[in-house]
Design a protein around this ligand. Sequence first.
Ligand code: GCO
Length: 449
Amino acid sequence: MAYQKDFIWGCATSSYQIEGGYNADGKGLNIWDVFCKEENRVFEGHTGDVACDHYHKYKEDVKLMADLGLKAYRFSINWARVLPNGYGKVNEAGIKFYSDLIDCLLEYNITPFITLYHWELPYELHKRGGWMNPDIVEWFGDYAALISDRFSDRATNFFTLNEPQCFIGLGYNTGEHAPGLKAPIRDQLIMHQNVLKAHGRAVQKLREYAHNPLQIGIAPTGSMCYPASTSKEDIDAARTALFDIPASINEWTWNVSAWSDPIMLGSFPDQFLKQFEQYLPHYTEADMKLISEPTDIYGQNIYNGKEIRMGKDHTPETVERRPGFPMTSNNWPITPESLYWGPYFLYERYKKPIYITENGIAAPDFISKDGSIHDGGRINFLDQYLSRLEKVSDKADVRGYFQWSLLDNFEWNFGYRDRFGIVYVDFETQERTLKDSALWYKEYISYHS
Ligand code: GCO
């Protein structure tokens, strides 16, 4: 059991969570710039106005990546930084920022993996209906064309969308994320359709404007499912549960198959079509063809999962967690098995090379008397999860792993409360300090490269 040759070791971030420079050099506003300034939206009123000031400190941060021996870096483009209104006029200063970032990465032999959309909807597009407006399919396509035209001479790996489960589920269902709406299910399913079509349009445009052959995928999320035992029935039960659609309308976005099946397989799961028949918009054959525009890789953000066994009634059931189950500081369960069974089941279904586009842990990090950050919990987490990923590499075509995250950063509606970084950020001084986990990850990468 071993990782593939040339396995890609990286870290992931996203623009709004680290860049700051929210109104620098002609950048337009996005929905998070506005949402954070609304009453009681974000923990202690935190905003991403400055964040980790990566907009000004990117050279220092790329040097940190190089010192850690990273082979790749997954980051997102802040759509309104390059297209302030979301479409039309290009902000050349914004293009220059990302062009300089890519050049800096390449100088250190770090391969860029670009996410087009990590929740940074331009506010001007939001005002035009955002994901409710079918025009967003072309807006997103034109944005993808610009990125491909300007950067695909140097960057050839793209993920179109990060976690539609989140940005629709939290942004438009529960309202915990920007733009903070609680839309009716019918509208959410119209947005679901526009998101899927926008993905397909972006794939077409990325390729149309490419100066090199590209690797394109998506980066969804979701709770994985792992079997309570290695019996065939428990494994079958975990597989069924992973691709199931939640029964509750309020939970519907937290699924894998209603997002990834149309993109990867060109059809929706029957269970989804039946369960939501009365609410679904009409899909034409042309829609399904656009949505399933061929992709090359499959990303998945994996943090944890549910333990599943086959119940007496021959349906999957979730095993209750025992008292004292290991949890992270933001109350997520620690379930290393999800980084074996998640890639296993996803590769079995979609048969495309897999990248773990995010995996990491929020921990109560602080600077000890000796000036270091001894984040043993994070080291243990990474060691446990990666031992499973190494093991599944014999069964699934796993190509790379992006640890979430390089830096402590803005954790959405929890602001700067949760620290996910392997590098500690003092948000007052913007000083970076390598945590013990950064040194551990450096060793791990070197040993496994
Ligand atoms: C997500 C996002 C990241 C988060 C990270 C920790 O998965 O929610 O992709 O932006 O910050 O996952 O929650």
